[in-house]
Design a protein around this ligand. Structure first.
Ligand SMILES: Cc1cc2nc3c(=O)[nH]c(=O)nc-3n(C[C@H](O)[C@H](O)[C@H](O)COP(=O)(O)O)c2cc1C
Length: 225
């Protein structure tokens, strides 16, 4: 791998403030780097048929399995919600919306929400509290890394996707419907073919996310824009 200026502890140049200006021109812009730089979410209302085939989904899951995973715990799994199961899911959404105090008309809109998008999955994390050497936050990291690889693989295949949770994912009715012991329903992932062109949002300042260690100094990085 080629060493970038930041890795050699040199300051970024002025061009680092420009969108994309921080990318080391010495790094070959392979297709995979372009793909990673372009990944972005596409909302369910902008997704249509065709969705990924089972084989394509399996490939995306195989990519997700490349996420770093301390202890090889595989602290996640995905659940495919079939077309014929959307109505059942919609019923649950409505019951939860009513339980959470929304009025009947507002709650009824949840029926349509469960139908959106050609492919719908639930992302489940299985976080174990009693694993030596692998604290829970490391398992969450791994589950999130896997989700990101899954989304990125689908993006690389030309599909759009979006991860959405909302308060309902933490409701006992949905937790019971999807989860076993030590499991959490993290979110739903909708996947399909984008109906409009879109791009990644925002331009992050890389210096906020990568900087030299300054022991004892107040944090100089990780400051959200
Ligand atoms: C686990 C998880 C749950 C999320 N839940 C929601 C949500 O309920 N509502 C929402 O607007 N965005 C949610 N997001 C964020 C979107 O999926 C998306 O990442 C965000 O809009 C930024 O867009 P981008 O992926 O194109 O950068 C969630 C993301 C993750 C990882």
């Amino acid at each position: 791998m080629k060493t970038s200026p930041s890795m050699m502890n040199e300051p970024f140049t002025a061009s680092s403030a420009e969108p994309g200006g921080w990318i080391d021109p010495g790094i070959p812009r392979s297709t995979i780097i372009e793909t990673l730089l372009q990944r972005h979410s596409v909302g369910p209302r902008w997704l249509t048929d065709p969705g990924p085939s089972e084989r394509e989904l399996a490939t995306a899951i195989a990519c997700a399995l490349r996420a770093p995973d301390h202890g090889l715990l595989r602290p996640w799994r995905a659940v495919l919600i079939g077309r014929s199961q959307r109505a059942q899911l919609g019923d649950l959404f409505v019951r939860i919306a009513l339980d959470q105090g929304r009025d009947a008309e507002d709650a009824a809109a949840e029926v349509e929400r469960a139908q959106r998008g050609p492919v719908l999955l639930a992302w489940i994390a299985r976080i174990q509290a009693d694993i030596d050497d692998v604290p829970m936050h490391e398992q969450w990291m791994s589950a999130g890394g896997a989700l990101t690889l899954f989304l990125t693989a689908l993006h690389a295949m030309g599909y759009g996707a979006k991860t959405l949770s909302g308060r309902k994912c933490r409701h006992p009715l949905l937790q019971q419907a999807f989860c076993g012991p030590q499991e959490h329903l993290v979110a739903f992932v909708t996947v399909g073919t984008p109906t409009r062109a879109s791009r990644p949002r925002g331009h992050d300042t890389i210096e906020n996310f990568l900087g030299p260690w300054q022991p004892g100094a107040p944090p100089g990085v990780h400051t959200p824009n």
